[in-house]
Design a protein around this ligand. Sequence first.
Ligand SMILES: Cc1cc2nc3c(=O)[nH]c(=O)nc-3n(C[C@H](O)[C@H](O)[C@H](O)COP(=O)(O)OP(=O)(O)OC[C@H]3O[C@@H](n4cnc5c(N)ncnc54)[C@H](O)[C@@H]3O)c2cc1C
Length: 471
Amino acid sequence: MSELDQLARALAAGLADWARETEVLVAGAGLAGFAAALEAAQAGRQVMLLEKQPEIGGSTLLSGGAMGFAGTAEQIAQGIADSDERLAEDLLSVGGRQNDPALVATYVAHQRETHAWLKAMGVVFRSVQLGGGQSVPRSNRVDTRQMIGALAERAAAAGVVLATDTAVLRLVRGAEGRVLGAVVRLGDQVQGIRALGGVVLATGGFSRNEALLAIYAPAQRQALRIGGRGNVGDGLLMGCALGAGLRDMGHVRGTFGVHPAAGPEDLSIIHPIYKGAIAVNREGHRFTDESASYKIIGDACLQQPGGLAFQVFDAPVMAQSVPGVATSDMAAGLADGRVVQAPTLAALAEKLGIPVAPFEATVARYNADALAGRDSQFGRTALAAGYGRLHPIAEAPFYGLPSTSAVLATYAGLAVDTGMRVLDVFGTPIEGLFAAGEVIGGLHGAAYMTGSSLGKSAIFGRLAGRGAAGG
Ligand SMILES: Cc1cc2nc3c(=O)[nH]c(=O)nc-3n(C[C@H](O)[C@H](O)[C@H](O)COP(=O)(O)OP(=O)(O)OC[C@H]3O[C@@H](n4cnc5c(N)ncnc54)[C@H](O)[C@@H]3O)c2cc1C
């Protein structure tokens, strides 16, 4: 038996001493962890927030900063009419109605209040963009560094004790079945920390764990991997070790729109498809309805020769670049060489290494369809999820962006109830154990609406913190 397991057993049996005690112990200092820690501290609890890496922020920091909130002041200022009902329908529809409806309802019930809470914590919301699976623009943008910085500042002010370089590696469960605390590694020291109120797992997903991806997402073998260095599924495994149930594991998918040269911590994703681009493969053919969720397009892309595609667009789409918003900043892609520019479609095809004749025929057919308002190949009717009108790709210069799919979040994991209590395989809560953020499953179902992963980290993180604080 490992040293960690031995200590966990001894602590559970009262044969070893706890090194420290707190009321709420939160594992993982990304968005979900900070939301949980802050909520518990604001409820008057003593909170320890432990982060495995030397730095805080996890995948949250690397992300595009799109948060799926509906009916926000920022949407209203841009003239966008949105509602709870529309948000719920989009989440269910993009998830193929395989989502847990109770979690969707919980997300929707708490989303506006969480948006306001984030603002009250000092988080600054910027423009609103259209994202995958959204029937109206709903990606409320934040600068992730600003958000994590603001939350860290508030957490410190609220008395949260933050320890980096400290990994939570085993849960300690007492004879009555309640989680009593955790075994943690601090440098080369292994010790037990008792958590009187509860433990919150906010350890993120497993996009950086090849062994888990091989089991749960074998179809993603060819996809790139992007994510926080600590996102190797620790929380998932600790939950499983106590008999936790799992949700959505068969639906782990990559995200389309990632540049093929992107490294494991690069935010190299641009989505001109949602502004009017089409996607063609190396042979010059379209292969999908580009208005679909980029998860669905990601899978379709992996089926293409070399797992590669090109997002192709023209000057009016380029003119919609949003400086500083990575996923909408085509101009930045042009400036750093990811986006290729050419004066004609034929020249573009040559630069991209696509055969000219089929490529020109593909664009000509799409343009005729766009003018007729009906996509005769894949039934595309809009820019994304029913929103926005198709327009032909006709105004020079023309652009191409090499794109592939990357597993950058895993959107599947521990089963939880609406209070973020972790449920065992039979649906019974594991007392004293809560989870939130990317480590949980159930919200997304079969696919993902842009912004719902950061959204759930904030919304469910707060609920988990509240639960561990005693409700
Ligand atoms: C490139 C990229 C772009 C994205 N864009 C978006 C977007 O625009 N909108 C959206 O909704 N989602 C997006 N996502 C997904 C989203 O960022 C994540 O799902 C979300 O940030 C997860 O938050 P979290 O707090 O659960 O996990 P994280 O932010 O990953 O935090 C988890 C933390 O736990 C730590 N940890 C892990 N194991 C342990 C342990 N054993 N002990 C202690 N600490 C541990 C990790 O080191 C990490 O710091 C994107 C992801 C990536 C990678």
